[in-house]
Design a protein around this ligand. Structure first.
Ligand code: 5AD
Ligand code: SF4
Length: 465
């Protein structure tokens, strides 16, 4: 059952925050926490809540594990290599815990919502003090209080469809670029994906709660608002509203700022939504539409609910309505049963759509998903070959797309110091493309017009006009 946590439940956790803060206040020096979020933006956003609660409890923060009094890993389960990294990092902590037996170690996030992972942590990582599932993130204060006072291990992984926790303190990673979750969970059950199993069913935040958070962020200097959800296109279905409506409401907020969103499912990206985006001048001209495969046969096996033709038609409509739009995508290579013919269809789709850039992954079987049970006869070596071929096509298509920007004048949000030359600034265009240019550091946080003079394969170079 999905529910919003009540004022009473929030008050209980606030009380635990005070109790932990009292314990911490008795120390000679304030305690330090190392919080690391693996995986997607949604997880990074959860990490901001975890850090917000820890800050209220008197913790300072360190980017290092060494010397930390509390280490919290907010984990990702989407592919095996993400999980391997967490296990590697957890193993290394054994050593730190020997040096400092008072250090607390916690693991939360998507990975621990899987039973076999929690069993492994219980068995092989005795130095882990607490494990906390995705639906009880807001109970961190209580768990820390209990572990601090009795030093007994806590494993808290209730099975439920998910909660919405409003009113938790936040410690944002940046003031300029702010992530705002609009919905949680996923109902789609793509056959390769673990997310619906670990994040529960789709649930949308109330529009007014979202608008309040966005307005406050903009008043505090935010200029780049990233709306987050596993499938933002189905925002508001259960509330009788829609993602288009939400975008229009945010677009109406005064001031110059940008609105981006992640992630979109092509099956729910309607013409109506594209029309709304075309009309909202603050919404990015960037469509990240994960296609996963260019073969309709594989898309069916993936349970994606669209065909190659539908996807091509959708991207044609975007190009027609918003000619300056940038398109990017996610691709999975080596899905069970995929053959070279299917893979070639993916390559031809990439050439046809002319993506700006791609996120490419080799299929990773996830225990408990349908695809993990499907016959998968192609060898890892063969999949590696296809993957390299994909990277070449991606390079070629990306370079072409980026060259197309040269000579244009683009509105850029200046975000900080760049990497291409000493002292240069960096920012992003409305298409979410990185641009480096020379300028005064005082411009950071402002919008500037930049003429594009050159293109690398991951960024543009330009000069302020
Ligand atoms: N194997 C490989 N890639 C995956 N993704 C999701 N699940 C898997 C998996 N089991 C990719 C998809 C998705 C992105 C976030 O991660 O491309 O869009
Ligand atoms: Fe994000 Fe999915 Fe990874 Fe969870 S499993 S952190 S939702 S990418």
């Amino acid at each position: 059952m999905t529910y919003k946590i009540t004022a009473e439940e929030l008050a209980v956790q606030k009380d635990y925050m005070r109790r932990v803060a009292d314990i911490n206040a008795q120390r000679e020096l304030p305690p330090v926490a190392h919080v690391h979020s693996f995986g997607c933006q949604q997880n990074v956003s959860d990490g901001e809540k975890l850090k917000g609660m820890l800050a209220e409890m008197g913790y300072g923060f360190s980017p290092e594990v060494r010397g930390a009094d509390l280490v919290l890993f907010n984990t990702c389960a989407v592919r095996e290599n993400a999980e391997d990294r967490v296990f590697g990092n957890l193993g290394a902590l054994k050593h730190n815990k020997k040096e400092n037996p008072d250090m607390l170690v916690g693991v939360c996030g998507c990975m621990v919502q899987q039973e076999h992972i929690t069993e492994k942590i219980k068995r092989s990582f005795p130095h882990v003090d607490f494990v906390m599932g995705t639906h009880v993130l807001h109970t961190l204060p209580q768990i820390i209080y209990e572990v601090l006072t009795d030093r007994k291990r806590r494993i808290s992984i209730p099975e439920c469809d998910g909660v919405i926790a409003e009113g938790l303190p936040l410690k944002r990673e940046s003031g300029l670029k702010v992530s705002v979750p609009i919905m949680y969970g996923c109902n789609n059950f793509c056959t390769y994906c673990i997310v619906p199993y670990v994040r529960g069913r789709e649930r949308s935040r109330d529009t007014e709660d979202i608008l309040r958070e966005v307005r406050a962020a903009i008043n505090n200097g935010a200029r780049d608002i990233l709306l987050l959800g596993q499938n933002v296109n189905s925002y508001g279905k259960e509330l009788g509203t829609s993602f288009s409506e939400l975008l229009r409401r945010i677009n109406d907020i005064e001031g110059e700022f940008r609105v981006c969103y992640m992630s979109s499912h092509p099956k729910d990206a309607t013409r109506g939504l594209i029309d709304a985006i075309a009309e909202c001048e603050k919404v990015t001209r960037h469509f990240h539409l994960p296609v996963q495969s260019g073969s309709s046969r594989i898309l069916k096996l993936m349970n994606r609910h669209y065909t190659r033709e539908h996807y091509l038609e959708l991207t044609r409509y975007i190009r027609e309505k918003i000619p300056d739009a940038a398109l990017t995508s996610d691709i999975i290579v080596g899905f069970p049963g995929e053959n070279y013919e299917d893979f070639k269809e993916t390559l031809s789709l990439i050439r046809e759509v002319r993506f700006d850039s791609l996120y490419t992954f080799i299929y990773s079987p996830r225990k408990g998903t349908k695809a993990a049970e499907m016959p998968d006869p192609v060898s890892a070596e063969e999949k590696g070959k296809w993957f390299r071929e994909l990277l070449e096509v991606q390079q070629e298509v990306g370079e072409n797309a980026y060259r197309g920007y040269v000579g244009k004048v683009m509105r850029v949000l200046c975000e900080g110091v760049g990497r291409t030359r000493d002292g240069c600034l960096t920012g992003k265009t409305r298409q979410n493309v990185i641009v480096d240019f020379d300028g005064d550091r005082e411009l950071i946080g402002q919008f500037v017009n930049v003429e594009i003079t050159d293109a690398l394969n991951w960024a543009l170079l330009g000069k302020i006009v």
